[in-house]
Write a protein that binds this ligand. Structure first.
Ligand code: SAH
Length: 263
């Protein structure tokens, strides 16, 4: 083999295992993720990711850990290994799959409203990852509905779910993914115990408030450049309380045309 090619190959191997990994994943992850991580199978890598989120205090409960272990994020992200990095990833059409810590945060915020038999709505379902997690939590007697306005993303999300542990729920009809404008919600399965919105609204859409069950909770990023993840609780008397959980950065909840033009 040409010496130059050999040197280049050695350089790639060196960078991949000893240098690039710690930079991509943040300094203090360096000691926690061994380079053996990169040679593991996908289920193992997913478990390592969940373990990290537990150590960082993002995942607080067994229930959320179990669902994130069961639904392998790698099946929902176009490019293999990058699925297990705590970062959002482009999925085409000016959209991203949210970072694992945001998925974990939203599952923790919604877990009491994702009990077996409950109804959940995922607006801007994108890859279908979170809809699949919701479906696992509410089970075959519950309903998990994803609404996404890019038809190609809905088609690929259905393929993603079919490869995942949630496939039987899709076949059984308790998990469904639809092409629609999520600002209108999905009245067919309303009211919902849990509503998650995966794109930032300038203002909380009224149809989503209307479709939230008394006692239910919605988690929604609100704002344009500066955004807050808002937790909206509908009390049993129908009154609404809203608090801000954290600052976030999501793609906008908008029209399909605006999104495809780059907003
Ligand atoms: N939560 C998903 C995707 C997040 S990106 C995941 O993690 O995979 C936000 C998604 O919202 C994008 O897929 C985008 O196409 C979608 N979206 C934006 N505006 C929308 C609208 N009005 N109706 C439905 N989906 C919308």
């Amino acid at each position: 083999m040409d010496a130059k090619i050999l040197v280049a190959l050695l350089a790639i191997v060196f960078l991949k295992f000893f240098w690039v990994v710690p930079i991509w994943t943040g300094g203090d992850l360096k000691n926690k993720i061994s380079w053996h991580f990169w040679t593991r199978g996908s289920a193992d890598k997913n478990n390592v990711l969940v373990e990290q989120l537990k150590q960082y205090g993002v995942i607080k409960t067994k229930k959320v850990a179990e669902v994130m272990e069961t639904i392998d994020r790698g099946l929902f992200v176009p490019d293999g290994n990058s699925a297990y990095i705590d970062s959002p990833m482009p999925i085409g059409y000016n959209a991203t799959i949210s970072a694992p810590h945001m998925h974990g945060t939203c599952l923790e915020l919604l877990k009491e409203h994702l009990q077996p038999g409950m109804h959940a709505l995922d607006v801007g379902s994108g890859t279908g990852y979170l809809t699949a997690c919701f479906a696992m939590m509410v089970g075959p007697q519950g309903r998990a509905v994803g609404v996404e306005h890019i038809p190609e993303l809905v088609a690929s999300s259905i393929e993603n779910v079919k490869r995942s542990a949630a496939s039987s729920l899709l076949n059984g009809g308790s998990l469904s993914l639809h092409v629609a404008d999520g600002r209108q919600g999905w009245p067919e399965q309303a009211p919902y115990d849990a509503i998650h919105v995966g794109a930032a609204a300038e203002k909380i859409p009224q149809p989503l408030l209307d479709q939230l069950k008394p006692g239910g909770r919605m988690v929604i990023p609100v704002g344009s450049f500066f955004q807050d993840l808002q937790v909206v609780d509908k009390k049993l008397d129908g009154s609404i309380s809203i608090r801000s959980e954290t600052s976030v950065r999501y793609v906008p909840l908008t029209s399909r045309a605006a999104q495809l033009q780059g907003f």
